[in-house]
Every structure is written in C-alpha cells, then in structure tokens.
Design a protein around this ligand. Structure first.
Ligand code: GLU
Ligand code: ZN
Length: 301
C-alpha cells in the first residue's frame, strides 16, 4: 500500500538555467559517457545557460590517477566546454553540514547480515534492489566504523522524466529503504553529494544516463528534506551502438582517447554519437552545429 503524500519532481522557477556534466574519474571516457556529456552540453547551450563540470571523485577506492585530466582533454577535444569546474573531494564540509541536518543513525551491518535480515522479514525483497530493513534504527550500541543511514520519510516520490515523458514512482520505506549517506570508511554517498552540489551550484537541469533514473526518487526525497529546489530531470537512453556497430554489454566500446589516437576527427565522433540517437546528421559535425538538431529532435519525445 502506498502511504504518505505525493511529491513530484517538477519545475524550477526563477533561477538561471544551469546544467552540468558530472563524470566519475574511475576510468577513461567511452562513447556512452561522451554522448551523455554531449546531450547535457546541448541542453544547456540550447537554453543559453551556464554549464558546470563536476568531478565526482569521492570514492577514493575507485578513482584512478590521471582520469580527471583525461576527461577534460576528451571533453575539450569534442568541443564541449564548461563555465566553471568543481571537484567533490574539495567540498567535504558541505556534505558534512547537510548530513548533520538529516535524521540518520549508525549502521554496522555487513552485506550478508542485511541479506539475512531481508530473508527473515515477512516481506519478500521488493523490486531488483535489496531494501535495507532498518535493522539498526533502534539499536543503541554500535561498533565502529559505522555507515550512516537516513530515516527515509514515509512517502511516495514520483518523477516525471523530461526525456521519456514517463513517470516513475517509488514508495521510500518499501522500495528504497533507509539508504546510506556516508559509508563506514567515511566516504559520503553519491546521492548526498550530488544533491548538495546540484542545489548549491544552482543546477536547474540534470541530463544524465538512464541507469540513474531509479536514483532520482531518493535524490528528490533528499532535496525535499533539505529544503532545496527541485531540478528538472532528463534521463537519456543508454547507448547500444556506436559507429553503426552494436556494442556488447560492458565491452567492445573503444575509449574516446583511443578514437582520437586512431586519427578520427572530433567531428566524425560527434556525428557517430548523434547518429547513435537516430539523428540524421552529416558525417562530420561540430558540437555547435548539433544545437539546432537537438532543438528539433533531441528532447526524446
Ligand atoms: N558521476 C555519475 C556518472 O558518471 C553521474 C552522476 C549524475 O549525473 O548525477 O555516471
Ligand atoms: Zn544496520
């Protein structure tokens, strides 16, 4: 049963149009990431907005040296510029301040304990993700190090996606559960950092890959709890082919660096990125030349 009020991720009014590209420097950029970056850039530039580059480098175990520079090189080579740049690792005090404003509790459960608790509870796992059953909510003593989980509001969050036009609703307690805002090793969770940054940087429009669609309701919930304005969301389809070649899952796609090194021009790569969306464009096209194409066909509808 769905309880609580309906909250809808909808309009932002009265602020400067701001978009962003938020790469994680965990590996080289592939055509899929580049296409998402292209769409985010086109979306901002079509609306004459401000475009931000945010390096999402919080997960120290996964980031790889040199990748931030390589991503900047790749974006610049493709002609996708930005007006300001931030790294999340420089903004830890902002995430700490936001975390302190939310009702959280320490959790020392291991992955295995969570699985066992889910199996032991009456409700079968809901959806594809295991839902943390709130085991540590009422525990007083904890070992360390502990993650911090947010007591999610008993609400259903609905998001109307600007790209597909589809609506996604999630009931937080049963479909999401109390999710971690900080890991046991102190690393702030992506959801918290992204929400804080988007709000503090005045982001009005979030264009990103469809793999993050199911993250949007929990991010909207955090925006509500922190009193932030809700951005518009556009989740773009994941790439299935590039240069007319069908991409196998998790392999096959060359990096943008490899395409550059092979002698392809950036205009040719941009053309292949646009064509992979079904856009009818010449074999060589600049990023700026794609702005009117995006206006005509790019909204996804
Ligand atoms: N850093 C994420 C990624 O590279 C994007 C996060 C976001 O756009 O909210 O997939
Ligand atoms: Zn726990």
């Amino acid at each position: 049963m769905v309880t609580g009020s309906m909250v809808t991720g909808s309009m932002v009014t009265g602020s400067m149009f701001t978009g962003r590209t938020a790469p994680s420097p965990t590996g080289p950029m592939h055509p899929g990431n580049a296409r998402t970056a292209l769409l985010a850039w086109l979306h901002t530039r079509l609306h004459c907005g401000r475009h931000l580059l945010r390096i999402e480098d919080l997960d120290t175990g996964r980031i790889r040296p040199g990748m931030s520079d390589l991503i900047r090189t790749d974006l610049t080579w493709l002609g996708l510029d930005w007006d300001a740049e931030y790294s999340q690792s420089e903004r830890l005090d902002h995430y700490a301040a936001a975390l302190a404003r939310l009702r959280t509790y320490p959790c020392t459960c291991t992955r295995r304990e969570i699985q066992e608790a889910i199996q032991a509870s009456a409700g079968a796992p809901h959806g594809s993700e295991p839902v943390y059953p709130g085991t540590c909510r009422h525990r007083t003593s904890t070992g360390s190090p502990a993650a911090r989980r947010w007591v999610v509001p008993d609400t259903t969050i609905c998001l109307s996606d600007g790209w597909s036009g589809e609506t996604l609703c999630q009931h937080l307690p049963t479909e999401v559960g109390d999710f971690a805002l900080q890991r046991g090793d102190g690393v702030y969770a992506y959801h918290l950092a992204a929400v804080v940054d988007d709000a503090e940087m005045g982001v009005t429009d979030i264009v990103r890959g469809a793999d993050l669609l199911s993250s949007a309701p929990r991010q909207i919930a955090l925006q509500g709890a922190l009193g932030y304005r809700l951005p518009r969301y556009f989740h773009t389809p994941l790439m299935t082919d590039f240069g007319g070649v069908r991409l196998a899952k998790r392999s096959g796609a060359p990096s943008i660096q490899a395409l550059r090194d092979s002698g392809l021009s950036p205009k040719r790569v941009l053309s292949d990125l646009a064509r992979s969306l079904g856009w009818n464009v010449p074999q060589e096209v600049s990023a700026a030349e794609l702005i009117p194409v995006y206006r005509e066909v790019g909204s996804g509808k």
